[in-house]
Ligand binder design. Structure first.
Ligand code: SAM
Length: 181
């Protein structure tokens, strides 16, 4: 139901630079999914917040497999995602809630979540994948601390862009290179 055509140029560019790129993304997706499933199944976490969720299907995977409520948060596309999920899987509608909020503004995220039924008093799993590139480190940690509660049962899965100093020198220009096609 999604037109992925806009991504084809960037995919070709990535494959040209590093043929294993799609494998890396597949591994990343499978790793985040496994960690999240484990946290829901074995730690008893029942509410999951996916920040910068976009059209990713992680939330659909989680709430169609296990008993949990997933809140997808993004600054764009959440109305469309809610429509698509409603058309695809009516039974997921209560378990998957789409929230429009700017992740760089902590209050916008927590008030949007509260409006959608998220409870600060229950443990949460926070998933942050593919979002660190858009936020400052201060925004990111401010956001994480917005979920702090008296209990210590919250969990966070964070996939993040390596700081420049941890990237081999010859590869540093790649991250800032403009796409040629
Ligand atoms: C690279 S995509 C990652 C999507 C998904 N998490 C994944 O890993 O497949 C980045 C997402 O972050 C969202 N985003 C970027 N800046 C944001 C912000 N300030 N607040 C909320 N979402 C943001 C974009 O709209 C986009 O959907």
């Amino acid at each position: 139901m999604l037109d992925l055509g806009l991504g084809e140029g960037i995919m070709r560019e990535c494959d040209r630079f590093w043929p294993h790129y799609s494998e890396v993304i597949r591994n990343r997706k499978s790793c985040v999914l496994d960690l999240a499933l484990d946290c829901i199944e074995n730690d008893g976490t029942r509410q999951v917040v996916v920040l910068g969720a976009g059209m990713d299907a992680l939330s659909i995977e989680l709430c169609s497999r296990l008993d949990c409520v997933v809140f997808d948060v993004d600054s764009a596309g959440m109305g469309r995602k809610e429509q698509l999920v409603g058309a695809l899987a009516q039974d997921l509608r209560g378990a998957l809630r789409c929230v429009t909020a700017d992740a760089s503004r902590r209050a916008s995220v927590t008030s949007g979540l509260a409006g959608a039924g998220w409870s600060r008093d229950e443990p949460s799993l926070l998933v942050v994948e593919g979002l660190s590139y858009y936020l400052t480190a201060g925004d990111l940690w401010g956001l994480a601390s917005g979920f702090s509660t008296a209990h210590r049962d919250n969990r966070m899965i964070l996939e993040y862009l390596l700081p420049t100093c941890d990237i081999p020198e010859d590869l540093r220009p790649v991250a800032s290179r403009r796409l040629t096609s």
